[in-house]
Write a protein that binds this ligand. Sequence first.
Ligand SMILES: [Zn+2]
Length: 375
Amino acid sequence: MQFVNVIAHEAEKKHLIHTVKENRISHAQMFLGPAGSGSVPLAMAYAQYILCQNKQENDSCGTCVSCTKIQKHNHPDLHFSFPIHLSKEKHIYTSDNVLEYWREILDENPYFGIDDWNLKLGNENKQGIIGKEESQNIISKISLKSFEGGYKVLIMWLPELMNGNASNKLLKFIEEPPDKTVFLLVAEDQEQIIATIRSRTQIIKLPRLKEIEVATYLETEKGITASDSKIIAHLAEGDVAKAVHLISEQTVANFNFENFVNWMRLCYQKNIAKSIDWVDSIAAAGRENQKSFLKFCLNMFRQCIVGHYAGNELVVLTDEQNAFLSKFSPFINSKNIVGLTEAFNEAYYHIERNASAKILFLDLSIKTFSLLQKK
Ligand SMILES: [Zn+2]
């Protein structure tokens, strides 16, 4: 990661570059910023600049041996430490045991949040910790000589999740690290970090990202249209991890809506041949998408009924959805809503239990053909 790829924080970048040029790299620094503000990418860019063998005026070169290794996440002098789900059965005691997952998430979205990380580890409801085995591992790794003869850098993400044992072990080490060692602690909540560690680090505060900064990122890096980027950036409140989630929710909603419109048209026209093509495509979409789609259909039927009896103002929809539904909703009524709801709920039940999607969606199409004719 180069500085140029990190969103905003120009003053902080300038400061960090300056510390390297002036040879005043503090051995323990804390990057303190709210979730999704990009403190991990900034720490990564700083580490890359420190280790780059061909430093440019305002950034690492991005192409030397060292930069290449960092970009592949396998530089022997750049170490990572982060909260993990300890497991005796799976032999998971230290960050190094799950380094593969860490590399994956850095590649997928360097602005990930703690929920993304817990999900990556296999359980979004379980909180990871940094325990005493981790501290021991850090001490033994950092005590070794650097492989490339220069600096050794350790990036620790969320030191606030270090338990008491771990921080006690590390304390002295952070205070008096071996020569040419840099600790970069990347934290969100300084109140949760024990004062003794906090007071031994130089703190770099990162502000929440501005809406315009997030919007520009979504537009240029994620290919989102300018108007959607603005809306998503506003909803995300400066948190890029949240913005990326909103994009994937939007993508799912678009997939479902498009399928719903296509399918309902075919059902209304009783177009068997084209329905079979459509069934093939939804069957190829995978079970989770099929489940999400069936839920979406049930919700749409319900919206149609609410639209019927209570007026459109109770239904929150996009303009496009509104236009379709105002034409479609008269076809959903008291004569068929019970039948449709039952058929779709039953389909959901069978999809969950691994029924054949092709047979199931074809069967559901035929039921829907006749149910839509009831007025
Ligand atoms: Zn380089």
